[in-house]
Write a protein that binds this ligand. Structure first.
Ligand code: F6P
Length: 422
């Protein structure tokens, strides 16, 4: 089997560990392994240039006795992605322009290519929003590019929009093969050989917003970042006896806000799933904070999920909260929007363990996949790695979003869909 792995959607800490796990497990199970740069965009662009050959063996320095077939000197060693840190000092001739990956988006990789990826943040293979993959022509080009490289299995690590894209791609695959045959792009042998595409999803998102899995890759690290930030805010807040309104990410999901609030002892938390139930969130919040101040608290922390709203679905923004704290309680208040600090940086231990276990399982799923098995997404439930039918997870996620009353559900969904090529 030839497995390609790509990352899509907003990046999250642990994506590199996921790619590493898929590559290493794939090799151990006798597969050829490939990475696709820049998410679905790379699939659509494919390779317009022949691979560079050089003298490095991807097995170099690897203590494991790999199959002879993989001792191949044509693989790209220590991939060089733009400014990525993948070529380390003394390892390979970085000055040689022929090592550039320009014109190559689908790249065969070996064991050592992913060495050292476990603890690195972001995604070395890149992620992009692809409008072209959202079109039938784009997906047809993606199918052509995969078949050209002989790839028959795909691992997608991304959010629900990206995974929906993967499932759609798989379901359309036989039509793409037919069209490619009709256009003369492929022959009968390939039609026979590439009858169906095996796909599996890994959920990479800091939002922890996917149904049927307890945790998504990157959410624990983002949570750590928020907690650290609030710890830092706490000291200055206490010094000045100030209130801070901290806005956190999560899109339409309040998990980050809720759990960060619990782990930092926040005074009040706004999440989309459970808006304040009374007629006035302002009164409810002020009563709670006043009570805390009355028992001697010198500082106030209010966490606002970016998707928070009141019970009538009107958005609640950090600045609205600040205004109320200042005007109704007379508190000297500041707003801190944590932004992308939450998404960046090295993965915490759990964001190395989770993608590793799930990447291993993803390869096992592909090895047993048939035309009739559903597309799976790898989850974790009660500390056990699970396989869940991908579309069931996506549909349940959407139902949950509807149930919490996303104000503009269709718009929210199209935002998610735009992840197709992120
Ligand atoms: O889905 C991950 C996420 O970080 C959300 O929490 C946030 O709303 C969004 O992505 C931000 O996206 P961008 O990086 O495109 O600004």
């Amino acid at each position: 089997m030839k497995i390609a792995v790509l990352t899509s959607g907003g990046d999250s800490a642990g994506m590199n560990a996921a790619v590493r796990a898929v590559v290493k497990m794939g090799i151990l199970r006798g597969c050829e392994t490939w990475v696709v740069r820049e998410g679905y965009e790379g699939l659509v662009k494919g390779n317009t240039k022949a691979p560079d050959t050089h003298n490095y063996s991807t097995t170099q320095g690897n203590p494991i006795n790999l199959p002879e077939s993989l001792k191949d000197d044509t693989l790209v060693r220590n991939l060089r992605f733009g400014d990525g840190p993948l070529l380390r000092d003394g390892e390979g001739d970085t000055s040689d322009a022929s090592h550039s990956l320009k014109g190559r988006y689908i790249i065969r990789v070996g064991w050592d290519d992913v060495r050292g990826w476990m603890g690195e943040g972001g995604t070395f293979i890149g992620t992009a929003r692809s409008t072209t993959f959202r079109t039938t022509e784009g997906r047809l080009a993606a199918a052509r590019n995969l078949i050209k490289e002989g790839i028959d299995a795909l691992v997608v690590c991304g959010g629900d929009g990206s995974l929906t894209g993967a499932d759609k791609f798989r379901s359309e695959w036989p039509d793409h093969v037919k069209t490619l045959r009709a256009n003369g792009d492929i022959g009968d042998e390939e039609v026979e050989k590439y009858g169906h595409l095996k796909i599996v999803g890994l959920v990479g998102s800091i939002d922890n917003d996917m149904a049927l899995t307890d945790m998504t890759i990157g959410a624990p690290t983002a949570l750590h970042r928020i907690c650290e930030a609030i710890d830092n805010i706490n000291t200055t807040a206490a010094s000045h006896s100030r209130a801070f309104v901290v806005e956190v990410m999560g899109r339409h999901c309040g998990w980050l806000a809720l759990v960060a609030g619990i782990s930092s002892g926040a005074d009040f938390i706004f999440i989309p799933e459970r808006p304040p139930s009374g007629d006035s969130w302002e009164e409810e919040m002020c009563a709670t904070i006043k009570a805390h101040r009355n028992v001697g608290k010198r500082k106030t922390i209010v966490i606002v999920a970016e998707g928070a709203h009141d019970k009538n679905l009107n958005p609640i923004r950090a600045d609205d909260v600040k205004k109320v704290l200042a005007e109704n309680l007379g508190l000297d208040t500041r707003v801190t929007t944590l932004g992308h600090v939450q998404r960046g940086g090295r993965p915490c231990a759990w964001d190395r363990i989770l993608p590793t276990l799930q990447g291993v399982e993803a390869v096992e799923v592909l090895l047993t996949a048939t035309q009739d098995t559903p597309s799976y997404v790898i989850g974790i439930s009660e500390n056990k790695v699970t396989r869940v039918p991908l579309m069931e997870a996506v549909l349940k996620t959407q139902e949950a979003a509807k149930a919490i009353g996303e104000k503009d559900f269709e718009k929210a969904m199209s935002l998610r869909d735009s992840e197709f090529g992120e």
